[in-house]
Write a protein that binds this ligand. Structure first.
Ligand code: NAP
Length: 330
């Protein structure tokens, strides 16, 4: 199957590309920067220059394609807003897919998007799901919770380096999933007709609170975390202030997401039906503990190697100096 992957340089998108190539699919990636996407070409993907906000570039990239997997989203650091990329860009993409008569479309949404109308990204995801359902396209929506990859920067590195670990006053447990596992579901959806025109939760084996994740990091790193609590009132104030300035819109829209994290409602869903339809077993899914164990054992090994090399270098220096010492003492 020839698949166009959008957002292929992203955390999830790159795993989708890897999985699609490993399973023998022909992959084309719509990319904004060929330089940033050079690694995808090395993996064997074809690159098509383009941008969701320029629909003519998308139409060109769709030529000869059997399926589209959309893993794009506005970057927090970008000048483009969530509205421009995740709504206007996606509406144009879905219309282009319709016009090109492409038989399959996979979209990544967020779990419980319908429960947070005041959170811009959640509302946009809900509207995109509706727009897809009315489009007549053979879509599959995968509703995600959070990525394990994000936990390294948020908890793993700060705990290791003795830096503050920021958590919101109240925190909802989240069923994080490894993006490699999510990619498996996305590619499998293309092979299973029962997934057409349907929406599935795709989340990790259980929901974890910030405190529980910090405890795992502390145990694995043998360090104590410096936890700093961010009051929700302050985050809400920052969000309202940033909305006054256009440059602050992206940050403000992202801060709105803290409402989801502070709702206290776990971001998780039953996965029995998903496993049954996709033909996977829960035992195949990476657990948060095993993901972090793998990360910390790699880092601890590297730190030991660095320590060993440092000690060896020190020893060498000492031995070099010793003849002078001996000469002086004689
Ligand atoms: N991260 C999470 O925890 C999470 C949770 C639930 C759902 N999701 C969903 O999962 C999907 C993937 O998220 P992610 O975190 O992997 O994203 P990410 O790492 O932030 O990557 C975003 C991708 O979108 C591309 N992109 C941005 N603007 C674009 C534009 N105008 N035209 C074309 N491509 C554009 C980026 O390309 P460049 O390299 O050119 O910037 C990049 O490849 C999204 O739909 C997201 O909403 C994520």
């Amino acid at each position: 199957m020839k698949i166009l992957i959008i957002g292929a340089t992203g955390t999830l998108g790159r795993q989708v590309v890897r999985r699609a190539i490993d399973e023998g699919h022909e992959v084309r990636c719509l990319v904004r920067s060929r330089k940033r996407a050079a690694f995808l070409k090395e993996w064997g993907a074809e690159l098509a220059g383009g941008d969701l906000c320029y629909p003519e570039t998308v139409a060109e990239a769709l030529v000869g394609v059997d399926a589209v997997i959309d893993a794009a989203t506005a970057r927090a650091t970008d000048s483009l807003s969530i509205r421009q990329v995740d709504w206007e860009g996606k509406v144009a993409l879905i219309q282009a897919v319709q016009a090109a008569n492409i038989s399959r479309f996979i979209f990544f949404s967020i779990l419980n998007a319908d429960k947070y109308p005041d959170v811009p990204l959640m509302e946009i995801k809900r509207c995109t799901e509706l727009f897809l359902a009315e489009s007549g396209i053979n879509y599959t929506v995968l509703q995600l919770a959070g990525f394990m990859q994000g936990l390294i920067g948020q908890y793993g590195i700060p705990v290791l380096e003795g830096q503050p670990v920021w958590v919101t006053g109240e925190s909802s447990p989240i069923a994080y999933m490894d993006t490699q596992d999510i990619a498996k579901f996305a590619i499998r959806a293309l092979e299973i007709p029962e997934t057409e025109k349907r929406t599935f939760p795709v989340v990790g084996t259980r929901a974890w609170s910030a405190e529980e994740i910090i405890a795992v990091c502390e145990r694995l790193s043998r360090k104590t975390a410096r936890v700093t609590r961010m009051p929700m009132g302050l985050l809400r104030f920052m969000r309202r202030t940033l909305r006054f300035f256009q440059w602050g819109w992206n940050v403000s829209d992202r801060l709105a997401f803290t409402e989801v994290l502070a709702s206290g409602k776990p971001l998780t869903a039953p996965m029995e039906e998903t496993y049954q339809v996709f033909g996977f077993e829960i035992g195949d899914t990476t657990t948060l503990e095993s993901y972090l164990e793998e990360y910390f054992s790699r880092i601890m090994k590297k730190l030991k190697e660095i320590d060993y090399e440092k000690n060896k270098a020190k020893e060498k220096k000492k031995n070099k100096r010793s003849p002078f010492k001996k000469a002086n003492s004689q």
